[in-house]
Design a protein around this ligand. Sequence first.
Ligand SMILES: Nc1nc2c(c(=O)[nH]1)N[C@H]1C(S)=C(S)[C@@H](COP(=O)(O)O)O[C@H]1N2
Ligand SMILES: [Mo]
Length: 321
Amino acid sequence: MLIRPPADIPESQVTPESVYLSRRKLIGVALSAPMLALAACSRGEEKDGVPTQVVADSPDGFRSGEELTRLQDVTSYNNFYEFGLGKGDPSRQAGSLRTQPWSVTVAGHAEVTGRFTLEDVLKLAPASERIYRLRCVEGWSMVIPWLGLPLAAVLQHFKPTSRAKFVAFTTLADIEQMPALADGVLDWPYKEGLRIDEAMHPLAFLATGLYGKALPNQNGAPLRLVVPWKYGFKSIKSIVAIEFTETMPTTSWNASAPDEYGFYSNVNPDVAHPRWSQKSERRIAGTASKLFAERIPTRPFNGYAAQVASLYAGMNLRQWF
Ligand SMILES: Nc1nc2c(c(=O)[nH]1)N[C@H]1C(S)=C(S)[C@@H](COP(=O)(O)O)O[C@H]1N2
Ligand SMILES: [Mo]
């Protein structure tokens, strides 16, 4: 098994699906008095008689207090265009992805470069759990308990030089394993990128699992980025290459439609997609499946403004969308 088993993580840090419905109760017990006061405040807000938020996030943003999305929805309603455009295509087709052996090539402005096995990468930091909101640019969202390692810990190991201003990520592109590459919706391989300070932010995460288990192929096994304050397409799946660059790297969605998908793509309810509003989102969570999800207001930086807004101080976020 290449993926470190959840046994590496203290049981108390993992959120199995079987307890997700009782999470509110568990959190209620675990919270300190000031946290409970915060939770009580946020519970006050009601929309159509439905509480909009049950408990507050942890102050670092590492653990959302919101109701989790069911495992079955996290793993059957996906965007992974290498396996087809339908939401159900990745769960049906991604069985053909071979995730072992796996390696990641590190290149560019760093002292340590070369080809690293997945096992090498996983050794760079202890595994931990993060419970993050994931907001797709299409207007739906989930709350997902990821397993993985902080991106910063991994990147620091490669000792980026002062010329490394950005980090570029590339997904595998193998038509034998990914039949939908033939459809040519994007210029494959799928590419994404972050500014180096964004990549080093404590919220940026490399996921290797979810719900306490190895990452399902359709969710981007064996290694995928999770950047919770940005639209979901920044969270690139099945990463095979990392490159430290001096200039802003080309990214797939930005290259295919620059007026619709910016390089930054921070979640922003005030900047509409040219073809739809971003003011609200369909929250797929708890018993609200993809079919019965309600719309809730979208928050700046997907609710992580307290942690990340300072990264963009002085930037016009309408221009740098
Ligand atoms: N390689 C690759 N990564 C990708 C995508 C993709 O099509 N290919 N889709 C993105 C989009 S649009 C979203 S919303 C998220 C979805 O992640 P999930 O299926 O794990 O929820 O993955 C992102 N990462
Ligand atoms: Mo997305």
